[in-house]
Design a protein. Structure first.
Length: 208
């Protein structure tokens, strides 16, 4: 005899969630996953980047200088070798402001140079200026707002690591007794020149 279920019972069975049976229910569904590898950059040893920035670029003469820097250097040299401080004034006036000659206010720059020159006419200072600009140069702060071409390179180099040849070049600018005092101070302290990458003459003074 066939038993007919009431309509309400059939609807209840149909509404029940389907449940797998047997082996199908026992086997968990496997989800495929993909491994993603993220490339990593090699890490520089501590201090390597800082050392690379701190080491100045060195050069001699006009070789390696930007054209505007080389032009200003040559203009200063020509004026200094002429022995005419008026010519040096003309080079200074190419700047928006005169180059710094001291940590203090100096008034008229040419009068100040004369006052600092042993001969009283400024010629000794002009001679020092030529010696400084014919020494090797150093580029400090490359790529920064403080980028500067500096003469002589000794102004940014450790004096206790100079080669014999570098010392010969230094002795063209200072005496051996001056050098001894600098070694005690731990730095070069005589005159230096700074020219910006755009050719601006920033200073000619005793190194701070």
């Amino acid at each position: 005899m066939i038993r007919i279920l009431p309509a309400l019972a059939l609807l209840a069975i149909a509404a029940m969630p389907w449940r797998a049976t047997g082996a199908e229910a026992a086997a968990p569904r496997k989800v495929e996953t993909e491994r993603i590898t993220v490339p990593t950059k090699p890490v520089d040893p501590p201090g390597k980047a800082a050392n690379a920035v701190a080491e100045p670029k060195l050069g001699k003469g006009a070789t390696g200088l930007p054209p505007l820097v080389a032009k200003t250097r040559q203009a200063i040299l020509d004026a200094a070798y002429s022995g005419d401080l008026g010519s040096l004034r003309a080079v200074m006036q190419r700047n928006e402001t005169p180059p710094s000659l001291s940590v203090n206010e100096v008034g008229d720059p040419i009068d100040y140079l004369k006052s600092q020159s042993g001969d009283g006419e400024g010629l000794e200072v002009l001679a020092i200026l030529t010696d400084v600009l014919e020494a090797g140069w150093a580029l400090k702060g490359a790529g920064t707002a403080q980028e500067m071409y500096i003469w002589p390179a000794f102004a940014v180099l450790p004096l206790d690591k100079l080669s014999p040849g570098e010392k010969v070049e230094l002795y063209k600018i200072v005496t051996s007794s001056d050098f001894d005092e600098m070694k005690t101070a731990g730095k070069y302290t005589f005159y230096s020149v700074g020219i910006g990458p755009d050719g601006t003459w920033h200073y000619f003074k005793l190194t701070d």
